[in-house]
Design a protein around this ligand. Structure first.
Ligand code: SF4
Ligand code: ZN
Length: 737
């Protein structure tokens, strides 16, 4: 705790304690020691005092020992701006403050029984009274359980007032959207937050979760007391078990204080009290900050936050996970729509698929660079184009999280495919820079726009992966220049991710990983991902699968013990075969990691490339998704994908990633990269440096030039002529068939 704040909190505690002592002695004189006091209709006495000390205050006389305890807890007052070396005295002073305030509030009930609408759930504004006071047990049971079952993650205790009613209602709405309760107390320059809401026409009361506890800062005890009761009633924590109560709330109740307006010594004292439960304070004024992590999960006091960011900041500081219960889009959403196709006349807008660029990139940013839920569409949207149009498309999902690791980027990114696909009337294929999206006319009619793709990503990332990140914002571009700019950045990032696996070999690990993410489309498809065989979609390598397994041990990526090596040449392992048999439901019994001829791995529709044999050439060709023309094997990419991409094992054909072509085990059992006789020129150029390097390793430094492409050969005959002329090494390899 900042040393200055600590001294202010102690001064505040003294002021409040003086007030409590005064209230107590006046009440003693007026009502006598045996007069009952308490919060009406609750079984928890004065709940903070009861929870922390075990003392049940039920008569005026009981307050005496509590006030004495407060005296002992509160260190001697310190002069303004005197630094205090430790946090502990301020925390104790804060605790004493809350005890004293409970006594002040209890005596108020005695002196002015009509002050609070104590037994009302609702605020009836016609009566002009809006202060609810402590929740009675009926309200508490009904509302408190929501803190336990997750319906409400916690509460925001608001002290003071916003600059104006509009700002107040905006802040309240934002908190409601996060399912938080808003507990209001205190005033700032004669204004109070709850009154501002009433003025703005906002409905307040327990049913809207906007709870007007009381007009003074001392009403903060109704909020903290509520948390103490939750721990006792639902957490099984006994009165007096103060450590357990504090820890229960720190871990389970996402609460924080929003201090709006001038922070007085009394506010500091209450803020210090709240820190005991791990509830931090976020202020809109430039008070000293208390940043280092100690009791609260992250910072203790964060200040000078503009009103438009204050809720976001609070959620972040308290470590509250954003809950998105529903995907907010105008079409239906769910796995039922995942396999649905959008074809021909039904297409309103198409992006990618070889005719335009479509690229998806998930990347990490600093916490302060990301505004959770923000979605920007830059360039033309659906409403700007005619039915049947095409657009370029680049989507950047910028993720931030205190525990987020760069290694998680590809895992989130790879989800885009099935997440977007689950929207009714939207078809999504592929990933990375080979994404392909079709949006149907029906979806557009229902109001689907490009921003909704971002909404899907935001909602589902939070739902499925909320544990690993805190915030995500999405940028969607459709202007060609900008899309190309993103494409370059994304490709650099893909290359960097791919290269992380460089240098690892299959021999150095005893565990491979499976991927069955694609079984929703290709039910028997199983990728075995080893260091030297990345997934055929190109988006998952061994490290990614390992990280995905760590994040979600029940998920689609499972460790597969290699077990005994059955065939070294083809890359067959006992453990892999056993796994594949189970995971494919006995459709496939054995699989080679390094061959397209003998028990090749299954292929699904996401593959970046498909390899096929060219028997006359004694070689193998491969074609990537971006190449739309006929290939020397007599089929276009789409035809190949249609015939082998359903999850079956098809000897002679194999789906693989681009990166895999230059991994050393690529088709090793069939002669390796030296079998490669044809590939599209653009792909060859993309891989040239790495092809060259592999060639050099194998004693064929001009390998890229020996491989034919569409500029020199369109048919198998022409390939044969070309490779014969060039003296391609495959002509000397053992016969393929
Ligand atoms: Fe996983 Fe393979 Fe599908 Fe890629 S292609 S997502 S590695 S199952
Ligand atoms: Zn797939």
């Amino acid at each position: 705790m900042s040393k200055i704040i600590a001294s202010a909190a102690i001064r505040g505690a003294h002021k409040i304690l003086e007030r409590a002592k005064k209230s107590y002695s006046e009440a003693l004189d007026r009502f006598g020691p045996d007069q009952e006091i308490g919060f009406p209709n609750t079984a928890y006495y004065l709940p903070i005092i009861y929870a922390i000390t075990g003392i049940g205050v039920s008569k005026i006389r009981d307050a005496k020992s509590v006030l004495e305890l407060c005296e002992r807890l509160t260190p001697p007052p310190v002069k303004e701006n005197t630094p205090l070396p430790y946090l502990a005295p301020a925390l104790d002073a804060g605790m004493a403050t809350l005890f004293a305030e409970e006594i002040i509030e209890a005596i108020r009930y005695l002196e002015d029984p009509d002050f609070y609408l104590a037994n009302c759930e609702d605020v009836d504004l016609s009566g002009g009274r809006i202060w609810l006071g402590a929740a009675n047990d009926v309200i508490f049971r009904k509302r408190g359980v929501e803190f336990v079952d997750g319906t409400a993650p916690g509460f925001a205790a608001i002290a003071g007032a916003a600059p104006d009613p509009n700002t107040a209602s905006r802040i309240a709405l934002e908190l409601q959207e996060k399912n938080l309760y808003v507990f209001m107390c205190g005033e700032n320059q004669g204004k109070r937050f709850a009154e501002q809401l009433v003025e703005a026409g906002v409905q307040i009361g327990w049913p809207t979760r906007l709870v007007s506890f009381g007009p003074d800062i001392s009403a903060a005890v109704f909020a903290i007391g509520f948390a103490c009761r939750v721990a006792m009633a639902f957490g099984g924590i006994k009165p007096g078990e103060f450590r357990k109560n504090l820890i229960y709330n720190k871990d389970r109740t996402y609460a924080f204080v929003l201090a709006l307006g001038d922070v007085t010594d009394e506010w500091y004292a209450n803020a210090a009290g709240a820190i005991n439960w791990g509830f931090p304070t976020i202020a809109d004024t430039p008070i000293p900050q208390v940043l280092p992590t100690g009791i609260c999960t992250y910072e203790h006091v964060v200040s000078n936050i503009p009103h438009e960011h204050i809720v976001q900041k609070a959620v972040e500081v308290r470590g509250l996970k954003v809950q998105v219960s529903k995907v907010p889009i105008p079409v239906s959403y769910g796995p039922a729509f995942e396999g649905e196709r959008v074809r021909g006349e039904d297409i309103y807008l198409e992006m990618g698929g070889g005719r335009t660029i479509a690229v998806e990139w998930t990347t990490s940013k600093r916490m302060d660079e990301v505004e959770d839920g923000r979605i920007d569409v830059i360039g033309k949207d659906i409403t700007d184009v005619e039915p049947g149009s095409r657009l370029h498309f680049a989507m950047v999902a910028e993720v931030a999280g205190r525990n987020f690791q760069e290694d998680f980027e590809p895992i989130l990114e790879r989800q885009n495919h099935h997440l977007i696909n689950q929207a009714q009337g939207i078809m999504h294929i592929g990933q990375r820079d080979i994404a392909w999206i079709r949006i149907s006319k029906q979806a557009v009619e229902k109001g689907f726009r490009l921003e909704h793709i971002g909404k899907i990503i935001h909602a589902k990332y939070h739902q499925d992966f909320g544990a690993i990140f805190d915030k995500v914002q999405i940028k969607i571009y459709t202007d060609e220049d900008k899309v190309r700019e993103i494409l370059d950045m994304a490709r650099a990032s893909y290359a960097y991710r791919d290269a992380r696996i460089e240098g690892m070999t299959d021999e150095t690990v005893d565990t491979f990983y499976s991927c069955i993410l694609c079984q929703s489309f290709a039910p028997s498809h199983v990728c075995i991902v080893s260091p030297e065989r990345t997934g055929l979609c190109g988006a998952y390598n061994w490290l990614d699968c390992r990280a995905a397994y760590e994040i979600n041990p029940e998920g689609p990526n499972q460790p597969v013990k290699k077990g005994e090596c059955i065939n070294e040449r083809y890359g067959q392992f006992k453990g892999c075969n056993e796994y594949i048999s189970r995971a494919s439901r006995q459709k496939i019994e054995s699989v080679s990691l390094y061959s397209l001829m003998v028990d090749p791995m299954t292929t699904c529709g996401c593959c970046e490339c498909i390899a096929a044999i060219l028997p006359m050439c004694n070689g193998i060709m491969t074609v990537d998704r971006d190449f739309n023309d006929m290939t020397p094997c007599g089929m276009k990419f789409t035809t190949l994908a249609g015939s082998v991409g359903g999850g079956a094992q098809t000897p002679g054909f194999l789906g693989h990633s681009k990166y895999n072509i230059t991994q050393r085990k690529f088709l090793k059992g069939d002669g390796g990269i030296l079998r490669l006789v044809w590939m599209p020129k653009r792909l060859k150029e993309e891989l040239r440096d790495r092809l060259q390097k592999r060639g050099e390793e194998l004693g064929i430094p001009n390998l890229p030039d020996l491989i034919a492409d569409e500029t020199v050969a369109l048919t198998e005959d022409e390939v044969l002529t070309y490779i014969t002329e060039k003296g391609h090494p495959c002509l000397n390899l053992e016969p393929l068939l």
